[in-house]
Design a protein around this ligand. Structure first.
Ligand SMILES: [Fe+2]
Ligand SMILES: [Fe+2]
Length: 373
């Protein structure tokens, strides 16, 4: 690449009062266009006016120049590889960014740590194990967007900005669960190979499509269901607050993933087969999570109130969470335009009691996957 040399005569010309003003040549077409603030302030949606508001499906350039700007021919090519708007966009991404920025919270200040009291040892062990698993998984949802951010065309900047908020959200989730594990005398529990195999699948995804489906839709969807159950399983108001604040953030990430897939499939319905294949693989891996003690048992013990009560309840407590999280996942897929009922890659024993099991038996497809159970 040829670097532009400094114009050494420029300062002399300016000293003589000869301003260049060449930068004015491209402006003017939108002179007088005025973005109007809405009720909450001046939002990304409010400034999406004039040529700045035109979102190209396939940008003609790969530069960092803002949409609507006058771009000289010699601006370098940044080499972006994600240059198709539908590969990253969702209709609600501007609003999700605004919400993310306005609802940032601090794991240091906004959790009432000083109210944390010694609790029953069963519950402390369970809470620490759950915090360990959550702290282990959360930051993949920083690493994955970060891995893809620099490859995404800058004309889709609102989607990139939203992913930046997700990177920060997940750093905070990692932080808050580490703090909880260490704040009440318990400490870190056990990491999990099963969990990390799924995380690796996300990080190793060969396309943003694949990684986003596995992470935003499947993985974060399950975490959101768990946070939603936080009211039920939190041993004290401190953890309730943690789950509630994390849930707000997680709901944005899952909403982006669902609406993004919807946008993608509406523009290219033939991609449905690819997305089914990604989720087939993801579900196969994630099914093991439902039978991994360090993942299942902490939530069960917290819901039941003690180890003895959890043993007495058997699978009754974890069944509630299992069925709810699978149903919510199926609903999200449906909302995105992808019907996974009847073709889920989960064994019968994991699908039992869900509409996925009903659809499978209606379709008579239970035998092959049923053998896994
Ligand atoms: Fe998270
Ligand atoms: Fe998330």
């Amino acid at each position: 690449m040829v670097h532009q040399a400094a114009d050494l005569n420029y300062q002399a010309r300016v000293a003589r009062g000869q301003l260049d003003l060449g930068w004015l040549s491209g402006s003017g077409a939108e002179w007088g266009v005025r973005a109007t603030p809405s009720r909450v302030g001046l939002t990304l949606r409010d400034i999406a006016v004039g040529s700045y508001g035109d979102l190209p499906d396939h940008p003609p350039r790969r530069t960092m120049a803002p949409r609507g700007s006058d771009v000289p021919d010699d601006v370098p090519d940044m080499g972006y590889t994600v240059n198709d708007l539908s590969a990253v966009w969702s209709d609600n991404v501007m609003e999700l960014y605004e919400e993310a920025v306005s609802r940032q919270w601090s794991a240091t200040r906004d959790i009432p740590w000083s109210e944390l009291k010694p609790i029953d040892l069963d519950l402390e062990h369970a809470m620490c194990q759950l915090a360990t698993v959550l702290s282990e998984v959360e930051m993949v949802a920083s690493d994955f967007p970060a891995k893809w951010l620099w490859r995404i065309n800058h004309d889709f900047v609102e989607a990139k900005m939203f992913l930046c908020t997700q990177v920060m959200d997940e750093a905070r989730h990692t932080e808050v669960f580490r703090k909880r594990a260490l704040a009440n005398g318990g400490g870190m529990g056990r990491a999990s190979a099963v969990v990390e195999q799924f995380l690796k699948l996300i990080l190793d995804a060969e396309s943003y499509d694949e990684g986003s489906a596995l992470m935003h839709l499947l993985g974060e969807g399950l975490v959101l269901s768990l946070f939603r159950a936080g009211e039920m399983i939190a041993p004290s108001p401190v953890e309730k607050r943690i789950f509630r604040l994390c849930m707000q953030d997680e709901a944005r990430h899952v909403s982006y993933g669902t609406m993004h897939l919807r946008y993608r499939l509406q523009r290219d319905p033939l991609l449905a087969a690819d997305f089914h294949a990604y989720l087939d693989r993801g579900e196969e891996l994630i099914s093991a999570l439902f039978t991994t003690p360090e993942v299942v048992e902490p939530a069960t013990i917290l819901a039941a109130g003690s180890v003895a009560a959890a043993a007495e309840l058997g699978t009754a407590a974890s069944d509630v969470l299992r069925i709810q999280s699978i149903e919510e996942y199926l609903q999200r897929c449906e909302r995105a335009g992808l019907d996974r009922r009847g073709r889920m890659h989960l064994p019968d024993v994991i699908l039992a009691g869900t509409s996925g099991a009903t659809a499978r038996s209606d379709a008579g497809a239970g035998s092959a996957l049923g053998a896994l159970s």
